[in-house]
Each structure stands twice: as C-alpha cells, then as structure tokens.
Design a protein around this ligand. Structure first.
Ligand SMILES: C[S@@+](CC[C@H](N)C(=O)[O-])C[C@H]1O[C@@H](n2cnc3c(N)ncnc32)[C@H](O)[C@@H]1O
Length: 216
C-alpha cells in the first residue's frame, strides 16, 4: 500500500510526464519511482547527489532526463559521467529495447548504479567504472550522452574514440552558447534544442552533434 509520500511522488511524476507530452505506461512509471526511492535511500549514506528532497528529485533528475527522450534514436547508448545513473538509468527504464552503458570514474557511484540495475531488473543496462579517456575503442556507440559532465568541447574530444561514424552526441546543458567556440574542428553541432522541464526554472538545452567537419 503506497504511503502519502509515495502518492505525492507518483502524482508529481505523472503530471510532469503529461506536461512533457510523453506516453509512459504505469509499470515504467513505477520503476522510475523505485529508482528514485533507491537513490533517496543510498544518498543518505553515500552522498550521491546534492538534491536530497524526493519531490525535487522528480523534477531535477527524473523529468529532466525524461525530457530528452523524444530527441533520441534507438541504438547503443553510452552515458558518460553518469553519476548516480542520470540520465542513463532513466533511458534504460523507459527504453528496454535500447542498450545503455553507464560509465563513471567514481566507484561509489558505479556501485550504486550496479545495485540499481540488479534491483530494477534492467537487462539492457550495464555499468563500468573507468575514466572515459581510458576506455578502449573496440566498442563504438551510436549515441553518447552526458549531463553535467564537462564543457561541450571536452565532452566531444574525450569521447571521440568511442563514437560510431554515423552516431550522435547529446549534451544536456544549461545555456551552451559560450561553449560552442570550443567544439573541435572534426565535429559538427547539428542542433540546439531548448527544453522546458516541469518544475525547473533554469534554462535547459540539448546540444546534438555528430562526427565530421561541417558541410562534409
Ligand atoms: C556533476 S556529475 C554528473 C552526474 C550525472 N550525470 C548527473 O547529471 O547527475 C559528473 C560525473 O562525471 C564523473 N567524471 C568526471 N570525469 C570523468 C571521466 N574522465 N571519466 C568518467 N567519469 C568522469 C564524476 O565522477 C561525476 O560522477
């Protein structure tokens, strides 16, 4: 039987999903809440995220990650600097037919992500603890995503060896304008998409980029 707190979390998530215009079935919504509750529990001991209020986590973590979904294509995804699993675990929960690899150099965070993958039964997700610069290029990804990882140019540079020739980067940013001059010459920014995330006042944008020089 859900308690009042759980009911409020469900209501906030359900409302936000409707505002985003997404279609998410009730089992998936429950899994998102289960993930959030695991995060709340582990955060008390391991300090995984500075956002501690579960209601705030709905907007800052779940809805912020969900807002990206309509702009992504199916494929092999890598979430670089995933921290406590954002946005990678949200993608894996909502898109069970996509493969999602989550990567972080902090073993405390990847330990949590591993536990969440097991407890949530996410057969399409895997986690690795490594610095992205040290990951060998034997496996390429059709999509590489990050949130709050590093400046745009650095993100593209340090993940370039893992990107498939026809793949795309997706950087979740505030206002990216100042970072655009730092984009490497062998990468092209295709689109900057402003997002409205329910419950967040701050500007949110997606920067979509691809390998290759402009106009090639
Ligand atoms: C600010 S946190 C963002 C976490 C998560 N993406 C989010 O939005 O909540 C940045 C994460 O990047 C990881 N990180 C920093 N440098 C890294 C590197 N070179 N390779 C892999 N992970 C790295 C850190 O350990 C940290 O967990």
């Amino acid at each position: 039987m859900p308690n009042n707190n759980q009911t409020a979390l469900h209501a906030g998530l359900h409302r936000g999903i409707a505002e985003l215009g997404l279609s998410v079935d009730s089992d998936t919504e429950q899994k998102l809440i289960d993930y959030l509750q695991l995060l709340v529990k582990w955060n008390k001991v391991y300090n995984l995220t500075a956002i501690r209020d579960p209601q705030q986590m709905v907007s800052y973590h779940l809805l912020d990650s969900l807002a990206v979904l309509p702009h992504l294509q199916a494929g092999r995804w890598l979430d670089v600097g995933c921290g406590a699993g954002l946005p990678g675990l949200v993608l894996a929960i909502c898109r069970p037919d996509w493969s999602v690899t989550l990567l972080d150099s902090n073993s405390k965070k990847t330990g949590f992500v591993q536990q969440a993958i097991i407890e949530l039964g996410l057969h399409n997700a895997q986690v690795r603890c490594a610095r992205v610069e040290d990951v060998d290029a034997s496996q390429k990804y059709s999509g590489i995503i990050s949130r709050a990882f590093t400046e745009l140019g650095d993100f593209l540079r340090v993940t370039r060896h893992l990107m498939a020739d026809d793949g795309h980067w997706v950087a979740m940013k505030g206002l990216p304008d100042k970072e655009l001059p730092g984009v490497p010459k062998d990468c092209t920014v295709l689109k900057i998409i402003p997002l409205k995330v329910p419950g967040l006042d701050a500007a949110r944008c997606l920067v979509i980029a691809k390998p290759g020089e402009p106009h090639d």
